[in-house]
Design a protein around this ligand. Structure first.
Ligand code: MCA
Ligand code: AMP
Length: 480
């Protein structure tokens, strides 16, 4: 489905610039030529539809051409998180069984580029596997179909009226659906131009608006925090942003204070929306109507949502009560890769259970007020599983027991923090020395955003009568 959209673009707009990456521009024709060369390499390797292919998700024209080749050949694209450490990458490669383009680079001598693209793969075949953290151990692979991407991203592009006149200022990572789907594939599929920055910085975003006529920016709240701080220091930079058409936020809660400060600088009310890797994008404030601070708005076209109480009953539409958000619709994943049990457990009565606790205003606007599990942390818009960090820290010889929590933080949303009971052998080691040793261990084993930023050392962890660690009380240990 997406494959078809790209075919249309190449026929219609061959000489239009579709990507600008750190100053290097590429037209659709160039992107297509590179994709064809890449496709020829892949076919020469004997890869066939359904095979997974892993690639470090660096923002380069080549990696995007590779992605397009995969989508058009019916190969399953597995973007590798560029912040991952070797052990994390090993898990993704082993779990997905992906052909690793890093381990087996193509021969220097390219084969003749592919002459004709094959017919588009069937809509319900896997297109992407995105690894996302959960409550259990290592990240799980979320399998997204060609149809889910085309339908849901198409709905989002229509809702935001994104089209060939738009230029997207893009600084999100290309290994999650926010940056890869909403920021890149969606806009490209409707003919918008995407300006990618290799790294996010407020100055680079301002420059994309001031010098390259960007019209739309999609960011996580941490980026708006940085942008607003930049505008506090350089108020005149707000002019370039004021001329834009649309600013959107998602992946984590945007505080009403931040929304108001950004509006004071730029005149723009950020459009906040909600999504999840497993469901794609399901709730959004309207482009035309009221964008209500502290809410994620209304269901996106095609998505059905309902709130479910603790007994599994759907709440009536006008109920003021909080319930777990359940989602149905074409954007839903095909399942977790190779994990039918986890897939089954994620659904109830045919609805995907998000784990997010939500209320509804009388007129239908949704508010995310919490999460069912204290073991999911969102920091900088990245999802982090407390369990994975605990398992990593438990592997250090100085750790007898550990509990990881998220602490509220104005910049990062939540900050990863670890309460540690040292082993007897380590009990006499000064706490700063222990913290340094654990930090060094985490730097080797974990992506930087997963590293605990605070450690506390305790004699025992707070537990309930059943012996289970009580996470809210672990959080209190850091207030001392
Ligand atoms: C980095 N630092 C941190 C964290 N990350 N400190 C605390 N907590 C963190 N999480 C520190 C670094 O160690 C460094 O410290 C300093 O901050 C700057 O690091 P750097 O990596 O340069 O930070 P950054 O580039 O400014 O990173 C911020 C970021 C990044 C660009 C906002 O977090 C990001 O790309 N987030 C996007 C995540 C995303 O795409 N999520 C979408 C998931 P020092 O200077 O001391 O070394 S998809 C999703 O959620 C659904 C579908 C949806 O709805 O979108
Ligand atoms: P991910 O697994 O990285 O796709 O993250 C999905 C999760 O991000 C959701 O289940 C929510 O907890 C959170 N999320 C996404 N958008 C928002 C938002 N606008 N406000 C609050 N939380 C959000």
């Amino acid at each position: 489905m997406l494959a078809q959209l790209f075919a249309t673009r190449i026929d219609a707009d061959a000489d239009a610039t579709c990507l600008v990456i750190d100053g290097h521009a590429a037209t659709w024709r160039e992107l297509d030529e590179r994709a064809r060369t890449h496709a020829a390499h892949l076919l020469a390797r004997g890869l066939t539809p359904g095979d997974r292919v892993a690639l470090l998700a660096h923002p380069t024209v080549d990696s995007i051409a590779t992605l397009i080749a995969h989508l058009r050949l019916g190969l399953v694209h597995v973007p590798l998180n560029t912040r991952y450490q070797p052990a994390e990458l090993t898990h993704v490669l082993a779990d997905s069984g992906a052909h690793d383009l890093r381990a087996a680079p193509f021969a220097a001598e390219p084969p003749a580029p592919l002459q004709d693209w094959p017919p588009p793969p069937p809509p319900d075949t896997p297109a992407l596997i995105i690894y996302t953290s959960g409550t259990t151990g290592r990240p799980k692979g979320v399998v997204l179909s060609q149809r889910a991407l085309a339908d849901n991203l198409g709905a989002m592009m229509r809702a935001w009226q994104i089209g060939a006149d738009d230029v997207i200022a893009h600084a999100l990572p290309l290994f999650h659906v926010h940056g890869l789907g909403l920021g890149l594939l969606g806009p490209l599929s409707v003919g918008a131009r995407v300006h990618l920055a290799a790294r996010f910085s407020p100055a680079a975003i301002v420059e994309t608006f001031a010098a390259h006529g960007a019209t739309v920016f999609m960011g996580v709240p941490t980026m708006y925090h940085a942008l607003t701080a930049h505008l506090d220091a350089h108020p005149s930079d707000a002019r370039a942003l004021a001329a834009a058409r649309l600013f959107t936020a998602g992946s984590a809660a945007l505080s009403p204070e931040l929304l108001a400060r950004f509006a004071t600088h730029t005149g723009h009310t950020i459009l906040e929306r909600y999504g999840m890797t497993e469901t794609l994008f399901t709730l959004a404030n309207p482009l035309g109507g009221e964008r209500r601070a502290g809410t994620v708005g209304l269901p996106v076209a095609g998505a059905e949502v309902r709130l479910v109480d603790d007994d599994g009953r759907a709440l009536p539409a006008d109920s003021p009560e909080a319930g777990e958000l359940a989602v149905r619709g074409p954007g839903l994943m095909l399942g977790y890769w190779n994990d039918p049990e986890a897939t089954r457990a994620a659904y109830r009565d045919g609805w995907f259970m998000t784990g997010d606790v939500v209320t509804r205003d009388p007129d239908g606007y949704h508010r995310i007020i919490g999460r069912r599990s204290t073991d999911i942390i969102k920091s900088g818009g990245f999802k982090i599983g407390a369990r994975e960090i605990e398992d990593t820290l438990s592997g250090h010889p100085a750790v007898a027991e550990v509990a990881v929590v998220g602490l509220p933080d104005p910049r990062w949303g939540e900050l990863v923090a670890a309460a540690v009971v040292p082993t007897l052998a380590a009990a006499a080691t000064p706490h700063p020395t222990l913290a340094d040793a654990l930090d060094a261990h985490c730097r080797r084993e974990l992506a930087d955003y997963k590293r605990p930023r605070r450690f506390t050392f305790v004699h025992e962890l707070p537990r309930n009568a059943l012996g289970k660690v009580v996470k809210p009380r672990v959080r209190e240990l850091f207030a001392l």
